[in-house]
Design a protein around this ligand. Structure first.
Ligand SMILES: O=P(O)(O)OC[C@H]1O[C@H](O[C@H]2O[C@H](CO)[C@@H](O)[C@H](O)[C@H]2O)[C@H](O)[C@@H](O)[C@@H]1O
Length: 254
């Protein structure tokens, strides 16, 4: 056990302990914010962006949101200068003041998007979400369409299996470029300052987060499943608020 930071999280964890050694890697949907009916319907608690900014300052910048969302969404919902990895690791911006790092990942052909748009006409309650390199079919509002969405995207990806994979997400199927994952994002982050040399803790709720957790463990850190460690995004936010709180009068965290 490396110190108070590595005690099991709430209830009752007083703070991050030796915060100078840690790096926090946080999933977004279902972890920092509650799941909503549609991607654009999430509610971001007004205090969340400021909380992440304060924590990033405490961690000398070693805090990143590692999400399946495109960076444009993350910038919209979290307008603060923190490191971000979007599109399930396909876009990486470790320095919030610099453009994303270039990568050689492929872009899904326009014809695939057209096929998905055509499919959507028969399932108007489903949704297509465009990403930098791929795209998603969300079927939360049309659960009966899930298997068909999977079959369609599987057939598209089969046209270029070296370039793309099919990713199962929460009530969604995603065309993702091969070679990108939350694991590759964590690896890239932990290999450069200010993350390098710190002990990473990845917190996420979804199967897509497990690759990030696995790589965090390889860097000597931990992966915490939101449901087991905190129970809910609200409980995680409470814990982060404790961690970000200034020390009490005795010099200890509240
Ligand atoms: O890696 P994450 O930050 O957890 O992002 C994963 C995906 O989240 C979003 O979709 C999911 O959340 C929506 C809002 O709660 C929900 O309506 C949808 O059913 C979920 O799949 C986002 O839209 C995707 O781009 C992310 O990949």
């Amino acid at each position: 056990m490396a110190g108070p930071f590595f005690l099991p999280p709430p209830p009752g964890v007083p703070g991050l302990g030796p915060i100078g050694r840690a790096a926090l890697l946080l999933d977004f949907d279902g972890t920092l914010v509650e799941i909503a009916a549609r991607p654009d319907a999430i509610r971001v608690p007004p205090e969340l962006p400021g909380l992440l900014r304060r924590l990033a300052e405490e961690l000398s910048g070693a805090l990143a949101v590692v999400s399946g969302r495109p960076l444009r969404d993350l910038d919209h919902f979290l307008p603060v200068p923190i490191a971000m990895a979007g599109d399930h690791g396909a876009t990486l911006r470790p320095d919030p003041y610099q453009p994303p790092i270039g990568n050689g990942l492929p872009h899904a052909p326009a014809a695939w998007r057209a096929r998905a748009a055509e499919w959507l006409r028969r399932h108007p309650a489903a949704l297509i979400e465009d990403k930098e390199h791929g795209f998603v079919i969300h079927y939360r509002q049309a659960p009966e369409a899930g298997p068909e969405a999977e079959a369609l995207l599987a057939s598209l990806v089969a046209e270029d299996p070296a370039g793309f994979t099919l990713l199962e997400a929460r009530m969604a199927w995603e065309v993702r470029p091969r070679g990108a994952s939350k694991g590759t994002a964590v690896n890239a982050l932990m290999s450069r300052p200010p993350f390098a040399g710190r002990v990473p803790v990845f917190i996420g709720d979804d199967v897509t987060d497990e690759e990030g957790m696995e790589v965090a463990r390889r860097f000597g850190g931990q992966g915490w499943r939101l449901q087991d460690a905190f129970g809910s995004p609200a409980a995680l936010r409470d814990w982060l608020a404790l961690a970000a709180a200034p020390p009490g009068p005795s010099g200890t965290s509240p």
